[in-house]
Design a protein around this ligand. Structure first.
Ligand code: FES
Length: 124
């Protein structure tokens, strides 16, 4: 059901944990299943230098979050805001259609963390 890449990220997820000195934090829930994800980001000079996530979610949620954190690391805040769950799913070699909603958790958690960062640092 899952691609090798999804399984690899699920079994060895990147960037799991929390950042005590996070610049922004976002916590979101998936309306379809009730799973929850928390994302911490560290921003320096408008560049995402570190990101960590924690989730109470399924295999697809863990794998997409892991891949999404890898994709936004080193990007600017604006670039990271453009990351879509579809791009993350594609980078993982695709997701079964019934699991696409799981990938939205990562996208929304990143957006929430970046919005929190922008609110705390209005000058950018
Ligand atoms: Fe809840 Fe996948 S079933 S995130």
């Amino acid at each position: 059901m899952y691609s090798d890449k999804v399984m690899e990220h699920f079994e060895h997820p990147r960037n799991v944990g929390e950042l005590p000195d996070a610049s922004g934090t976002g916590t979101v829930g998936n309306a379809k299943c009730g799973d929850i994800m928390k994302m911490d980001i560290k921003v320096e000079n408008n560049i995402i230098t570190d990101v960590k996530f924690k989730t109470f979610g399924c295999c697809a949620a863990v794998a997409t979050s892991s891949m999404a954190t890898e994709m936004i690391k080193g990007k600017s805040v604006d670039e990271a805001l453009e990351l879509t769950n579809k791009a993350v799913a594609e980078a993982l070699g695709g997701l079964p259609p019934v699991k696409m909603h799981c990938s939205i958790l990562a996208e929304e958690a990143i957006r929430a963390a970046l919005t929190d960062y922008r609110q705390k640092h209005p000058q950018g």
